[in-house]
Structure formats: structure tokens, C-alpha cells
Design a protein around this ligand. Sequence first.
Ligand SMILES: Nc1ncnc2c1ncn2[C@@H]1O[C@H](COP(=O)(O)OP(=O)(O)OP(=O)(O)O)[C@@H](O)[C@H]1O
Ligand SMILES: [Mg+2]
Ligand SMILES: [Zn+2]
Length: 252
Amino acid sequence: MTEECAICNGTGWKIVEKDGISGAERCQCAIDSRTTHVLEAARIPPLYEKASLENFLLPRDNQAAHDALSSVLSVVKRYVRGYPHADRPGLLLIGNPGTGKTHLAVAALRGLIQRGYEGIFYDYQNLLDNIRSSYDPSSGNTDKEAYRTVLDTDILLLDDLGAHRVTDWVEDTVTAILTYRCNNRKPLIATTNLVDPEAGANVSERSGTGVQVRTTLAERIGMRARSRLFEMCRVVRMPSVDDYRIKRSRAS
Ligand SMILES: Nc1ncnc2c1ncn2[C@@H]1O[C@H](COP(=O)(O)OP(=O)(O)OP(=O)(O)O)[C@@H](O)[C@H]1O
Ligand SMILES: [Mg+2]
Ligand SMILES: [Zn+2]
């Protein structure tokens, strides 16, 4: 809402006539200012400041990759359009590095904020560091805000789930967060590049030097957190497309 708005004179409300009856409606300037405000509060990292569903590009040089990525994009668009979802309120994007998981997760959050919902972005590793330091009296940090926020926020975007060494403390903390959100049907949008058999991944993979066993999601976050994750999220498995970061650096 701005003082200068000519439509509502800064009140944030405008009078609309419908079938001869006049009523008040939110002015576009108020809607825009709310969106800006909520987007700022969502703390989307600058690198993804512009990431949206509209600028998610489909590869043109590879038809199979194009089609696979296009269907992933449709799932995310449908998720945003159909939100809130009664059955599985969240979204889990799983796949290799550089395939666009964080881009799509941010784009979904942005789309939901534009639709009037609220949410917040958290990098998994960062979040755990924050929570840990708030428990450590020697750090002088008595701020329990991060923990409270991830429990309370409407939509939580947890980026790079499982990207952390495993300790009992990490496992307990993640389990507590997911359990709380799951029990309260609070949506979680998560990304991970760990593999999981539930998402159709081969846990062992052939590489140049033989068969390599990959770290699974369960190994990093524990069985209980993993179970809740699948209970509350629709799973989007990223296709095996080229790493966009490498592709982009080649092109420039
Ligand atoms: N299809 C795409 N169209 C446009 N930009 C893309 C696309 N895929 C990825 N990008 C961009 O490439 C960069 C890497 O993508 P992103 O961070 O989403 O990958 P990721 O799957 O989350 O990788 P990681 O597992 O390493 O976190 C970002 O800047 C993102 O905006
Ligand atoms: Mg990412
Ligand atoms: Zn106005």
C-alpha cells in the first residue's frame, strides 16, 4: 500500500460495484505490498531471487530430457495451483546435483506466496548449525528462533535435506521437526540429492571404478524422519539431465 495509489488513495481498499451492489475489495497495491513483504520474510537466497516456474527452461537438444523435465515442471505447477492438498501437503524433490531442485522448490514457494500463503526458506545445514548454537550456552546465543520458526511457519522449504554428517543429535532434531510438522499437517517442501529406493533410485551405481554404493536418505536423516517425509510429501524424482551449472558455464 502506498500513499500515492490513485485507485485507493492509500487505504488499500477499493469500492467495486457488482450487480448494482457496491462493496469493498483489496486494492492491487495492497496485494502487491503484502507479497513483497512475505517474500522478503521468506529469506530466499539471492542466488534464487529470480527463480520461478516461468524461467525454468527445458533442454532443447535432448527430446527425452525435455519431456522428462517438462512433466516434472507440470507436477510442480499443479502442486502450486491445487494447493492446499488434503492428502500429501508437501513436495519432495529428489535427484542429482544441478538438476534444478532448489530452483523448482523456490519457484513453488514463490508461487504459493503469490497466491496468498506464507513460508520460509531454510538451508538444512544452516538450520542445524543455527539450532545447535542456540543450545550451546558457551556461544552466548540464547536465540531459539530458528527452531520455533521451522515448527510454526506455514510452509517450510528445507533445502538440501540430509547434507550433513550424521549424529544422533542431527537425527533427533530432524525427526522432531518432521514429526511436529507431519502431526500438524504442515506442508514441507524439501530437496535432496541423496537416493532413496522409494523414489525409484538404485542405491548402488556403476561407475568407472566399479560399483559404488550411494548414501541413502535414511542413512542421513534416520528411518523415522524418512518415513514421515514420504507420508507428507508428493515425490518428484528429477530426471537424469545434465548438471545445469556445468552446462551454463560451458555456454558462457
Ligand atoms: N531447467 C532450468 N532452467 C533454468 N535454470 C535452471 C534450470 N535448472 C537449474 N537451473 C539453475 O541452475 C542452478 C543450479 O540449479 P539448482 O540449484 O536448482 O540445482 P539442484 O538440483 O538444487 O542442485 P544441488 O543438488 O547441488 O543442490 C541454479 O542457478 C538454477 O536456477
Ligand atoms: Mg539444491
Ligand atoms: Zn491502492
